[in-house]
Design a protein around this ligand. Structure first.
Ligand SMILES: Nc1ncnc2c1ncn2[C@@H]1O[C@H](COP(=O)(O)OP(=O)(O)OP(=O)(O)O)[C@@H](O)[C@H]1O
Ligand SMILES: [Mg+2]
Length: 353
């Protein structure tokens, strides 16, 4: 499917300006996404698809799918996202969650033939005993809410009890299989969650999916393997004062198999080195930091351990060149922002020198 969407994108670029053919390409994509959704659905439904739960960030899943979702719902429907930051992680099968979202988005699209709004929201919710009382097997605690809502025609009252039944469909004429919502139900249940539907003719449909929040870190290997990143097992100290950048670098490195230790500034880095039982193979340091800058830090560390590899990172652009003047051309440098692939390749290259 990725290849198919890739080729349709290439086609679209190579015949820029031809509206009619663009229309055909859109149709190919729609049919293809439907076909893949159906195949997936049948597989899940027949339990041939084994769900493999890993720790994931629901917001990342939604973000990654956004372009695809916009293509599926078309231009008449506005796609809004309201993803709450600091969302706890969940333990779920990623493609299962993608399938849940696609199925719901497709249902919403079908309910808004004249356009409307599809909204995907995420947030954290604490459910107490009263809130989960009606849900068999669900315990009180922190949950991640995935809310998919539309401004469509709503689910008529007389069929509301049946929409989750396998093969129940009001779309037999357009090829509906009636497996969409039963698949959603199955995946949510297997993920340890539950769902709630609120629908009405004048207010559209809102599906709330509650999935148990988990404590823990992003499943490292899942990230690495997915993108085919070069791996390693060396020990790396990450010195970066920006918490968001630091967290990202840490996640990528751990994802690629490295033992990564974080430090918030130069002084913290020196402390971490002194406290560590194991020598560090590499330091990744920001150049511009308060008190001790990356250059000074690297010099200090090298005095004690001349074998240690250093990779500088910095957000300054090529125009200002300012921090770059602190390091020589022979030294290794990576400009922010960088991707997981850039970072892991650079790290591997330096360690293998
Ligand atoms: N967002 C929605 N708005 C209005 N009706 C809906 C919505 N979602 C589901 N329905 C109703 O529930 C029925 C069952 O949905 P389900 O996704 O299981 O199957 P389907 O959409 O008919 O077929 P398929 O998903 O295989 O294409 C739909 O036929 C439709 O009548
Ligand atoms: Mg459906």
């Amino acid at each position: 499917m990725t290849a198919l969407f890739g080729y349709t994108d290439i086609l679209r670029y190579s015949i820029k300006g031809n509206e009619e053919i663009h229309g055909y390409i859109d149709e190919i994509e729609k049919v293809a996404s439907k076909a893949s959704a159906l195949t997936q659905q049948l597989l899940t439904f027949s339990r041939k698809q084994i769900l493999e739960p890993v720790v994931i960030d629901l917001n990342d899943v939604v973000e990654e799918m956004s372009d695809m979702l916009q293509r599926i719902i078309g231009e008449k429907i506005e796609f809004k996202r309201d993803l709450n930051k600091d969302l706890p992680l969940i333990m779920a099968d990623k493609s299962g969650i993608e399938q849940v979202i696609v199925n719901l988005a497709v249902n919403s699209r079908d309910a808004m033939p004249n356009g409307g709004v599809l909204r995907i929201e995420t947030r954290q919710e604490y459910l107490d005993r009263i809130a989960v009382a009606a849900q068999p097997g669900i315990v009180p605690g922190e949950y991640v809410l995935l809310r998919v809502s539309d401004t469509g025609h709503g689910i008529p009252r007389d069929i509301r009890d049946r929409v989750f039944d396998p093969f129940f469909t009001t779309k037999a004429d357009i090829g509906g299989t009636g497996l969409g919502l039963s698949t959603v139900f199955g995946i949510v249940k297997q993920t340890g969650g539950f769902l709630d539907v609120d629908s009405g003719e004048s207010k559209g449909t809102t599906i709330d999916i509650y999935l148990p929040a988990v404590e823990g870190e992003l499943e490292p290997l899942a990230i690495a393997q997915e993108k085919d990143l070069p791996l390693g097992s060396e020990t790396i100290l990450v010195v970066e004062d920006d918490p968001a950048v630091r967290k990202t670098v840490m996640t990528i490195l751990k994802g690629a198999g490295y033992k990564a230790v974080e430090a918030t500034d130069g002084a913290d880095a020196i402390r971490k080195i002194a406290l560590s039982n194991e020598p560090f193979d590499m330091i990744i340091t920001d150049i511009v930091m308060p008190h001790i800058d990356g250059r000074e830090l690297a010099d200090k560390i090298k005095e004690a351990n001349s074998d240690i590899k250093i990779l500088y990172i910095s957000g300054y652009d090529s125009v200002s060149k300012q921090p770059l003047s602190l390091i020589s051309k022979r030294e290794d440098f990576l400009q922010k922002p960088f991707t997981a692939a850039h970072l892991t390749r650079k790290v591997r290259e330096i360690l293998d020198k």
